[in-house]
Every structure is written in structure tokens, then in C-alpha cells.
Design a protein around this ligand. Structure first.
Ligand code: GLY
Ligand code: MN
Ligand code: MN
Length: 437
């Protein structure tokens, strides 16, 4: 069984001291949301909160103090017999310490009494304003008290243009956590490998059974059945199962149409495993009865995708990978007579964007679009071993586009091919090449 150990969660918390010296970090987890009446939506922990705690219960807040030494405090829902009977076990105050390695833990209902006192020892508060109503309120009131000491209060205002507006800073910690999340550990790589392995079972099954009698919904059900059966409780995102022209809607999730023998079927789906995502797209022909121009367009996308993948190595940037794919797509669009301007004109005026309107890559991890930065201090992030991202060029010939008579045969065709790529010391590993193209 692969999972992230409490040691690894603790190491992650400690690594934040690269960015935070003498401050307090306050990070709320997700709450549970009502679906209807007394039924809640499935709970999914906030990814940053999970990354630092491995704690899967709603309505919790974690605190890290960085001075005099790193101290980890959890505010959680206490163990409750009634809750245990109706909904299940909770780790509670003791479990937060014993299992989740908090140095101290308190009931979440005590946060208004306890947090202000802890906070009063610190000038730098690392908290994303707006992430929790109660913490927002605590911080606003704490900050106003600090300010009042500077500006005075009713009866005595200190009127002076040089007033120092207090020493308290409120700093968003999410960029630091996002930055840590960019390089994956050995265990994280294993978990993403497993998510992809599960996803491969679904796709390879569809590849072998796809025929014209199936609907988009049938395909979705088959693929997601294999995700569930092989150990993935949740999809990393809603599956896109798009026949023919539906593939021109990039995030099509209706998945309720029949398939047509002369069309492609685009499937963009990924299992989540132990909180880690996979994100795979394949475009399969529904039958052999498909126009040769569609196959030509498919081969252009495949060529762009495979060459972009081959260009991955440390030292490059995601912009470089995008350019490799884009240049091949542009050449292909010229061959297909969709573009006839000069390369410079095409690039400067984004003439390709009618047929290719999204990026080639995004980070992948706990979130399907992982939250790590693409530029830091305005400079493109340079690829390093341990980074994981997608390579997913596509071509979309929507009926919204202006077609020439020559290429009417492509109208209503959407093609995308997507793999998940790990940067290694010497280059890359395509983590998903076992999934049939
Ligand atoms: N599945 C969404 C994406 O490929 O970005
Ligand atoms: Mn995708
Ligand atoms: Mn993607």
C-alpha cells in the first residue's frame, strides 16, 4: 500500500520555514456542504490542507508557529458518539495529536477564544484573507486592535502624518505551499503512477470494445466502473466523453449523445488515487468508416504531442514545450489549408487560435490543474526533475469556424491527445504511454 507517511507530512510543514521565519500560518480546511436537506456532498479536503496534514475531516483549521521552534496546532471537530453512530468515526482532539502528530489540538468551537491569544505573539500572520469567515473576523478584529494602539481611540486620536501603521502584516501563504507542491516526492510519483495505472485500465478497455452501438454515457459508465473497481473512489475531474462535434466544447460533460460511425470519440478522464490526480485524453475512431482528412488531422495532433513530449528535459520551460507543439500544429493547419498566412503573421495575430485555443501543459498533482506557479517573479519556471505536467495539444474544427469548401469534411471534429509527463534527471518519463492511442 502506497501512501504518504506522517513523517512526510511533517517534513512538508518544516519545509515552509524556507519561506516563513518568525510568523504564524493559519490554514483552514474545507467544510462540508449540504447537497439537499440533510444530505451532504461528498467531502474532499482542501488540497493545500491535505498536503500539510493528511487530515481528511471537514471543518478543521491547522496552525503552524515558526518561532521559537516549529509547533503544529490543529483545531478539529471533537470525537462524538452521536456522530460516530450516524456518520462515522472522528479522530477528535486525541487523534489529532496521536495519529496526526499535532503538538497541541483544540475543539474547532474554541478557535475564537484561543487563536487571538496565540496570534498576539506574532507580527507576521500568514493567512489568505477570505478563506474562512470566522478566521477573517478574528484577524480583522486583531488587526483593528493593533491599529487602534497606533491611531488612538475615540477621545484621543494621534494625528500625525508619519504614523507607523502598526507592525502586523498579513501575508498570503498559498504561493509558498504551491511552490513546495511543484516538485513531487518519490511517494507522490508512485501515487500518480497508480492513478494513471487505474486510468489506463478504463481507457484500454474502451479501446478494445468501442463500437457504434455505444453512447457517450455507455463509455463513461464503463470507464468509471473500472476506475472504481480498481481502487479510485473519485474522478480527478468530471469525465469528458464527447463524440464528433461535442469534442469542440472543451469541457463537455453532458455525455448523453449517440455515437456516429464517421466520428471520433474524445475521452478526457482521470482517476484520482489517494488524493492524487491523473489527466488523460485519447481520441478514438468510433469505426473504420472515418474520412481520411480526419485521420490526417489526428496524425498532426499526435505528431505535435509526441514531439513536444520528446523535447522535455530539465532546463526547458513549459513555454518551450508549447512552442514545439504549436509549430507542428501550425504546419499541419497550413497543409490542411486552414491557414495560409506567414508563420510570423499567424503567431503575432494568434490566427491558429480558432483551431487551437488552449495551452499545451498544466501542472498535475493533488489538483488536476495543480496550483503551482508558471512564473516566479515574472520569470518562467525552469523544468526540474520531479515536476509533473500534462502535454495535451489538440485541434478543433467547430462549425462556428469559417470553413472553406475544401475542408467541410472536418467540420464538427475535435481532437486532443494528453499524457502525463514526469521530468527526470536526463529528460522525461511518459507516465501514461501504456494507454493505447
Ligand atoms: N481535463 C482537463 C484538462 O485536460 O485540462
Ligand atoms: Mn484532460
Ligand atoms: Mn489536462
Amino acid at each position: 500500500m502506497i501512501n504518504i507517511s506522517q513523517n512526510e507530512f511533517s517534513k512538508r510543514r518544516n519545509q515552509l520555514s524556507k519561506y516563513i521565519d518568525n510568523g504564524i500560518l493559519i490554514l483552514p480546511g474545507n467544510k462540508s456542504f449540504v447537497r439537499n436537506h440533510d444530505v451532504n456532498y461528498d467531502f474532499r479536503q482542501n488540497s493545500d490542507f491535505w498536503y500539510l496534514s493528511g487530515f481528511n475531516e471537514p471543518n478543521s483549521i491547522l496552525i503552524i508557529l515558526f518561532k521559537p521552534e516549529i509547533e503544529y496546532i490543529m483545531f478539529v471537530e471533537p470525537y462524538d458518539v452521536h456522530h460516530h453512530i450516524w456518520e462515522g468515526y472522528r479522530a477528535g482532539i486525541e487523534g489529532a495529536k496521536n495519529t496526526f502528530k499535532a503538538n497541541k489540538s483544540y475543539p474547532i468551537s474554541e478557535i475564537q477564544n484561543i487563536l487571538p491569544e496565540i496570534m498576539s505573539e506574532y507580527d507576521d500572520i500568514y493567512y489568505r484573507i477570505g478563506s474562512d469567515d470566522i478566521v477573517d473576523e478574528i484577524i480583522t478584529s486583531f488587526y483593528s486592535t493593533q491599529l487602534r494602539q497606533v491611531t488612538g481611540k475615540r477621545g484621543n486620536y494621534n494625528i500625525n502624518s508619519n504614523l507607523n501603521h502598526g507592525s502586523v502584516s498579513i501575508i498570503d501563504p498559498i504561493p509558498f505551499i504551491s511552490n513546495l507542491r511543484m516538485i513531487k516526492s518519490e511517494n507522490e510519483i508512485k501515487l500518480i503512477d497508480e492513478a494513471i495505472n487505474i486510468t489506463s485500465k478504463g481507457f484500454n478497455h474502451i479501446h478494445s470494445i468501442l463500437d457504434t452501438s455505444m453512447t457517450e454515457y455507455d463509455v463513461q459508465v464503463e470507464i468509471e466502473y473500472l476506475f472504481r473497481k480498481n481502487g479510485s473512489r473519485y474522478n480527478a475531474y468530471p469525465s469528458i466523453v464527447a463524440g464528433g462535434k461535442n469534442a469542440c466544447v472543451l469541457h463537455y460533460i453532458d455525455n448523453n449523445q449517440n455515437l456516429n460511425k464517421a466520428d471520433f470519440l474524445l475521452i478526457d478522464a482521470g482517476a484520482e488515487f489517494e488524493y492524487y490526480a491523473s489527466d488523460i485524453t485519447r481520441t478514438y475512431k468510433v469505426s473504420k468508416d472515418i474520412h481520411s482528412l480526419k485521420l490526417e488531422a489526428y496524425n498532426i495532433v499526435l505528431d505535435a504531442q509526441q514531439n513536444a513530449i520528446k523535447s522535455v528535459r530539465p532546463g526547458k520551460t513549459l513555454k518551450d514545450i508549447h512552442k514545439t507543439a504549436l509549430d507542428i500544429l501550425i504546419d499541419g493547419l497550413k497543409d490542411l489549408k486552414f491557414l495560409d498566412a506567414s508563420y510570423q503573421d499567424i503567431i503575432e495575430n494568434n490566427l491558429y487560435s480558432e483551431y487551437y485555443m488552449h495551452g499545451t501543459s498544466h501542472w498535475l498533482g493533488l489538483d488536476v490543474h495543480d496550483s503551482s506557479p508558471y512564473t516566479i517573479n515574472k520569470a518562467d519556471v525552469i523544468l526540474e526533475p520531479g515536476m509533473i505536467f500534462t502535454v495535451e495539444p489538440g485541434l478543433y474544427f467547430s462549425s462556428r469556424s469559417s470553413f472553406t469548401t475544401h475542408n467541410k469534411n472536418l467540420e464538427g471534429t475535435g481532437i486532443r491527445i494528453e499524457d502525463n509527463i514526469l521530468v527526470t534527471k536526463d529528460g522525461y518519463r511518459n507516465m501514461s504511454d501504456q494507454i493505447k492511442y
